[in-house]
Write a protein that binds this ligand. Structure first.
Ligand code: TXA
Ligand code: MG
Length: 316
């Protein structure tokens, strides 16, 4: 199959019409690129799992065209509605009790469904044209780094899907925050651009124990092919010189003794670091290193989400 990469709003109708026919297309969101198919059409969703080689046990996020769809897909929750009104459209996914119209394939048979509304203008236009929700995981092959440019999607899924809608680089660069709504409390299943600090005013935040609820919390995920380790900067300053070619994924400053270096944010800005993270991981992966060492980010705010992704990349 030939994969077309098409830019701009002219391709919106083409994307919507492919989706309407039950095809999969890659679309830009404000977090990472997603691989979309009609959420209420199990045969269309099956194509997502096939293209990504994703196990059927890993449920999909449903992206909705407008906030009214929350009530159509999920049982009513006052807390979910307040979060939606505050953070949508935007990088927050809520996991709530589902209604029967949501296919089992989307929820992996669970009684909950993950829902979000993207703020990306092209994504929003496609959904408005289509007039119904799409399921969309990140547009990478299973277990690999999420794509933050159309070119990354082409590397991951070229030849497997008909269309990539190019909306330029993703603004946030890491996946949405996922919260499980448990009556009037919240559990953060995946840290992301909407931080714990942002959420704590809305509800008590429960500590997360179970890895079963969100397969995305599997330790190994978001991984480059090259082995990756995370270390505090104090360790990296006296990194042992060895025969191995080692690449540095630095938070802010270059350090001597490495064969390849990517700096996430020379100004120390966590949002900039997040937006560069996956591109930098891909660049170091392509640089032919034996090992990538990543400097531990600050562990609050968005730094927590970046640490989470680096820990998962290191857990391969
Ligand atoms: O930013 C994002 O969230 C991107 C863009 C494309 O929207 N999507 C994304 O999807 O990261 P994905 O499939 O790569 O990661 C979503 C995670 C999966 O690990 C899945 O296990 C979890 O969300 N998930 C989906 N439905 C769930 C549910 N009902 N309960 C718990 N976890 C769920
Ligand atoms: Mg993913």
């Amino acid at each position: 199959m030939k994969t077309q990469v098409v830019g701009g709003s002219s391709a919106v109708h083409e994307a919507a019409s492919l989706l309407q026919k039950g095809e999969v297309v890659a679309l830009p969101t404000e977090t990472v690129y997603g691989l979309a198919a009609k959420a209420l059409d199990p045969a269309a969703c099956a194509r997502i799992f096939a293209a990504k080689e994703r196990p059927l046990s890993d449920p999909l996020i449903v992206h909705i065209p407008d906030i009214d769809w929350l009530d159509r897909l999920a049982k009513s929750s006052a807390l979910a509605k307040r979060l939606a009104q505050t953070f949508w459209p935007g990088p927050l996914t809520v996991v709530v009790e589902r209604k029967d119209c949501v296919p089992d394939l989307v929820t992996a048979g669970q009684e909950t469904v993950a829902i979000r509304m993207s703020a990306h203008p092209l994504f929003a236009k496609v959904l408005k044209t289509l007039g119904e929700p799409v399921a969309a995981p990140s547009a990478n092959r299973f277990g690999r780094i999420s794509p933050t440019t159309a070119h990354h999607v082409l590397e991951e899924l070229g030849g497997r899907i008909p269309l990539i809608l190019d909306g330029g680089p993703c603004a946030h660069g890491i996946e949405s925050t996922i919260v499980l709504v448990v009556e009037d409390k919240l559990q953060i299943l995946r840290p992301g651009p909407v931080t714990k600090e942002n959420l704590s005013g809305f509800a008590e935040i429960l500590e997360c124990e179970s890895d079963v609820l969100s397969p995305g919390r599997l330790k190994s995920h978001y991984a480059p092919q090259t082995p990756l380790e995370m270390h505090p900067s104090s360790t990296l300053k006296s990194w042992p010189r060895s025969h191995n070619k080692t690449g540095l994924l630095s938070w802010q400053h270059p350090l001597p003794g490495f064969q390849a270096v990517e700096i996430l944010t020379s100004s120390g800005n966590a949002a900039e670091a997040a937006s560069r993270l996956y591109g930098a991981m891909r660049a170091l992966d392509a640089a032919g290193m034996d090992l990538i060492v990543a400097e531990e980010p600050p562990d609050s705010g968005l730094g927590a989400a970046i640490s989470d992704r680096l820990r998962k990349a290191a857990a391969r």
